[in-house]
Each structure stands twice: as C-alpha cells, then as structure tokens.
Design a protein around this ligand. Structure first.
Ligand SMILES: *Cc1c(COP(=O)(O)O)cnc(C)c1O
Length: 351
C-alpha cells in the first residue's frame, strides 16, 4: 500500500516567514507596543476564573459585545475568529464552490490565493498600476467578466500601504455580482472604513483583527462583520469552538480599553510618520535608487533597485524586514528600532 498526497497540497511548505534571531523585527506588521502592566493584570485576573474543563462559548458573545461597543456596532453581526486568517480560510472554503472564480489583486495579501487554492477555486488577479493605485472601474469589469463569486482584498492594502476611499469601495460593492470581502486589518490607522454601513449591503463581509493596531498578535483574534444572513452563514460554517476561552477573555479585556487602544494607534502613526519623513529624505538623495509609497498603515512599502542586496545587508545587521522582489516592506517600530533600521538602510543603499 502506498499513500500519496493529493496535488493541491503536495508541494506546500509550512509557513515560516523568517528564521534566525533578529534583534530588530520590522517584518510582520506587529505593533511595537507592549501591553501595560495594569492591563496585563486585568487579563491575568480574567484568566484565573476560567472554567478550564468546559468548552469555550461557541458564539463568543461577551467578546463580540465588547468589539461591538468599541466600534459602535450591533454585536449580533459580529463573528469572532482564531485570527482573521481563520476567517479568510472559512470564507474561501464555504462561500466558494470548487471551480468558482475568486478575484483578488496583485500585489495584495498572499493568503487569499492560498486559501482559494485549498478550496479548489480559480484565482483571477487584477494587477495594480505601477504607482500601486487601483482602477476601480477595471476591477469591477474584471469581476463581472470573469463571473467572480468572491472579490477579496485588503484596504488599506498590505503590502502597498495605500488605501481605497469609501466611495470607491462602495461603488465596487454595489457593482459586482459577488461577495466582497473587505479585509480592514489596517483600517484602525486610517479613516475610510465601511463598518458603519455594512448592513446596507447583502454582499459585504468586513474583516478586522487585534493583531496590528491592538498589539495582540499573540492571542490570535479577528472578527468578521456582515449583515444578518451572511453572519448566520459564517457562524454556521466555522468550527464551533474556534476561539478558545483564554483568547476570548484577553480580547474582552483589551477591547474595554478604548482609551489605551486609541493612544496606541496615535503612537504607531507617529512612528510611521517619522519613518516616512526620514525615508523621504533618503529618497531625495537616492531618487534613482528608491521610492517610498505614502502610507496609511503601520508600515512603509519601498521600491528599491537591487532590493535583495539591501535586504541581505539589513539581515546581516540583525534587522528583519519583509522582502518582495523589487520591494521592501518595513513595519514602523520603536524610535530605537527605526533609528537602527535607518542607519543600516542608508549604509546599504550607499553601497
Ligand atoms: C496581518 C494581516 C491579517 C492577519 O490577521 P490575523 O488576525 O493575525 O490572522 C489579515 N489580513 C491582512 C491584510 C494582514 O496584513
């Protein structure tokens, strides 16, 4: 007897974006902010009273209520996930049938295509313009001509750091015969969310996460928000106990800390602005070599000639950033981390 892996999984490798020890980690768009002791204590207290012998609340009611309160939403329209990554996986496997077309963009978050391929769907790609902006009319035309059942993209976009305005997203949602999944993982850093009007559409799911602006990547917690019918479907197809009780408690505590969360967002934006300003000065000195895209997120996207050389120089200095072909993506860090990065980057680009 011999067992062979099927062709859709045969060549897959475990996700391990970076190996090695890096004193400066600016590669994963995490927050550089540590949760303060006072809030950690509240999490510890909450975790002490968990009935560990019992399964978690499958609908994570308390948690979804605190999410609803923070964003002023009806918590009945919120589904919690084990990171928004899990929700993307659930959406691709449940809302797509084998052979269906999913439309996404390039560049954009690579997990969309990955989950579509596991769902045996076809991924169509809209290629962004060289300035990384999106022609929404072309995108709409492509969704309709390819008969896409699902259109999924990040807004603001990882990795380009640019955003689409509300008006454009509305036009897209109302012009396609597809479910639109709007991944707003970085929208806490910008102000063009469609959360407030999500119930007005029968084909829109918005994803949010605690991993970026809320400094909680470690607990794995994300949310989907949609109208009643889509929410019922989401809750019915997800695995019942997808968000463990520890995460539900920690997420509940964090989402009660509105003032702290808003201060984190401001602190991260200030770091990004500082990094952008300093990189723009470098760009004016090395204009043939590099271009920094304006950012509405917590990271910068930089086009660089010989990006691979620059990347390896940074790695040698113990600094991790994300490398994509002709581009680097750099997460805003602490002041010290940004300075270390800038020093190493300038040295590398002078070579
Ligand atoms: C980081 C990221 C996520 C993943 O969020 P998790 O909640 O940590 O799974 C989703 N979408 C985009 C675009 C991201 O950059």
């Amino acid at each position: 007897m011999g067992y062979e892996l099927n062709e859709k999984i045969r060549d897959l490798k475990p996700y391990d974006p970076i190996s090695g020890d890096f004193p400066v980690r600016l590669d994963a768009n995490e927050s550089f902010i540590q949760v303060p002791q006072k809030i950690l204590q509240k999490i510890s207290d909450a975790v002490l009273s968990i009935p560990y012998n019992r399964y978690p609340d499958p609908l994570a009611k308390e948690l979804c209520e605190s999410f609803g309160n923070y964003y002023h939403l009806n918590s009945g329209l919120v589904t919690a996930g084990n990171g928004s990554d899990e929700l993307i996986s659930v959406i691709c496997s449940a809302f797509l049938m084998k052979g269906d077309t999913m439309l996404t963009m390039s560049p954009d978050f690579s997990m969309y295509r990955f989950y579509a391929s596991i769902a045996e769907a076809k991924a169509e790609l809209y290629y962004k313009k060289p300035d990384m902006t999106i022609d929404v009319d072309k995108l709409i035309a492509m969704a309709n001509s390819s008969n896409a059942k699902l259109v999924i993209f990040s807004n603001p976009c990882n990795p380009t750091s640019l955003g689409l305005k509300r008006e454009d997203v509305r036009r897209l949602v109302t012009s396609v015969n597809a479910l639109v999944v709007l991944d707003e993982a970085y929208m806490d850093f910008w102000d063009e969310s469609l959360l407030d009007e999500v119930v007005s559409y029968d084909n829109l799911i918005i994803l949010r996460t605690c991993s970026k602006a809320f400094a909680m990547a470690g607990i794995r917690l994300g949310f989907a928000v949609a109208n009643r019918e889509l929410t019922n479907a989401m809750k019915a197809v997800k695995s019942p106990y997808n968000v463990n009780t520890l995460t539900q408690k920690a997420g509940f505590v964090i989402l009660q800390e509105g003032q702290w969360l808003r201060s984190c967002i401001e602190e991260v934006k200030a770091s990004r602005d500082m990094l952008y300003e300093r990189m723009s000065i470098l760009e004016s000195n090395y204009a043939q070599r590099m271009h920094v895209y304006p950012s509405v997120t917590n990271f910068l996207f930089v086009k660089i000639s010989q990006a691979d050389d620059v990347y390896y120089q940074l790695v040698k200095s113990g600094i991790a950033v994300r490398y994509f072909g002709d581009f680097l993506r750099i997460t805003a860090g602490t002041k010290e981390e940004n300075e270390k990065f800038l020093l190493a980057f300038e040295k590398a680009i002078r070579l």
